[in-house]
Ligand binder design. Sequence first.
Ligand code: NDP
Length: 287
Amino acid sequence: DKPSVTIIGLGSMGQALANAYLEAGHPTTVWNRTAAKADALVARGATRAATVSDALWASDLVVLCVLDYAAVDGLLAPNADMLRGRVLVNLTNGQPEQARRTGEWATAQGAEYLDGGIMAIPSMIGTPEAFILYSGSQTAFDRYQAALEVLAVPNFVGTDAGLAALNDLALLSGMYGTIAGARHATALIGPERAAEFTTSLLIPWLQAMANVLAPSSTEREAGDIPSEESPLDMQAIALANIVEASRSEGVGEDLLAHLLTPMRDIIAAGEGDVLTDLVDAIGKEIR
Ligand code: NDP
């Protein structure tokens, strides 16, 4: 009963995806540019496709997971005539415009298109912590939702094919910003204490503070940043202290410069509405 699936691209992520389908009992066809990467999967029961064309022919549901859109285009363009009637699920990381363009092109070839953003590393595939954002064809998503659940919790974010990539990149921005801040933190602490500091203090602190991101309903309406408990003028002074401490510890301040530079200017000016000026200044720096 389980629909057959084709996986094109067997890098670390594609291998995890193919393994999940094999474990779940879906007939699984695989193709990779470097054919040897399919060997272990074939030993576990996958069918090896000799060509991309054969891989597209083998299943109605085709999952594509390669390095970038240049690879996607290179694989699909010569096989456009094989796309009719297929549901193409492209899990390759990219920009919203690339997803829209590929979606329009694939649809013009007679395929249904779903773009996806994988919010997991390969070892998380098939676990409840993993989720994948999807956008594009709602009917294709509804038809194959059970099959998509094999990989990760599926989250359909809209019929505009670019929305999965947009949400994916936005979430990655949050992640990279957090990691960059954490690197600054451990640089301040120093290499000897960094590991212990990270486990016992930094991770619990970041987990607790993640909750302050949730805007209350009134603040969401007003578009304001919560400020009653922790006024921003107080926070500006704390951040100015971070930059000074970073300097005296010999740690680069570049990472936080977007926040600290305008804050120092405001504090130095010593007048105006600190809170409003600060938000404006940070907004300008980021833009
Ligand atoms: P890998 O570097 O492990 O694998 C890249 C894959 O792309 C290989 O199968 C490679 O083939 C193929 N490829 C590259 N260029 C071409 C080309 N020109 N033509 C055909 N195939 C090509 O990357 P991942 O598997 O980790 O990543 C794949 C996608 O998944 C990326 O878009 C990534 O952003 C996304 N992703 C990965 C995560 C991760 O933690 N790994 C997390 C979330 C998303 P070959 O083996 O022949 O080189």
